[in-house]
Design a binder for this molecule. Sequence first.
Ligand code: SAM
Length: 350
Amino acid sequence: MAPRISMDGWSFARDGYGAGIPVGQWYPRPFFTRFRQATRHQRHFRSIMETPQHGHEPVLLRQVLQLTDPQPGDIVLDCTVGRGGHAAAIAQRIKPHGLLLCVDVDPTNLEYAKARLAGLEVRCRFFQANFAELDEILSAAAIKSVDVILADLGVSTNQLFSEKYGLSFSIDGPLDMRLDPRISQNAADLLGSLPEKELADLIYALSEERYSRRIARAVVEARRQEPITRTKQLADIVHSVTGPVRHGRIDAATRTFQALRIAVNGELDHLKTLLQTLPKVISRGGRAALISFHSGEDRLVKQAMREWRYDGKCEILTGKPVTADEPELMNNPRSRSAKLRVARFGRTDT
Ligand SMILES: C[S@@+](CC[C@H](N)C(=O)[O-])C[C@H]1O[C@@H](n2cnc3c(N)ncnc32)[C@H](O)[C@@H]1O
């Protein structure tokens, strides 16, 4: 490859590199070249340091709109409204007579979405609730069926990097992890009370962490000295087993934190309940879009969609899950693990 001297986004043409660019001149590198040339470290660093506008960048937005195709007047249920990114774009499609039902377990995010959507010319209703409580939400809204259901699972960027939630080891904070303040047991309680074997099984089942047994043993030894109550404390315990870094940019503590978050918030159980209720509340011709961020979630969504199809309830619009393209990965590195699956209900031949 021709030699290059590079600055951020710029290259210096040398020895004939760069067709048509005079040797010895600075020129902007094309977008994709810059993306490929950014090191993983740079991309990861950027993902942490840049707080997106509204605290969260909606993932796979274009694809969600394309595949769910919200129409003017539709009733749309956003099960995880978060910072309102997907909801704001959907509102533009369904206005002025459409209805947006916005659900989130986190009152802080729900309030933010409420303020963000307030200026849009569409009717909105807000529910601080778990999407597992779909029946109750719809009966409170006096709605029997909805045209589009979206569930963008997991956590938003502002939640991930706020010390209040204790979800990330990159910021020291209380080891809480509850998104829903109604939950009584936080991550510190769980770590303090689970027997070693149960803890190891939990970490393995929810994150496929291969050092789960050794991490559980280290946690049990550490908690004999003092309670584990801070994110940094837990990260240090995990690192004492695994070393500080593994698999390039992925920190060794990532999986353990993920497993605890899923357990504290009962994420897989709530998703199962949503997937059971969903076909009963979606209209004929309705579209359901689910975005998952780890294999446990995606497996449940894939299985549910296959069952719905087997029962003749829907067709699956995404043979393979839709993932982020290069420009989105460049702009929002957290989209790298997002997988979108969409089903359309009430096939005409059923
Ligand atoms: C990835 S964010 C959604 C971001 C949103 N689509 C946007 O564009 O701003 C996930 C949101 O779902 C919420 N959440 C997670 N589990 C939930 C559940 N079981 N029921 C309702 N909300 C949930 C979180 O509090 C968070 O605000």
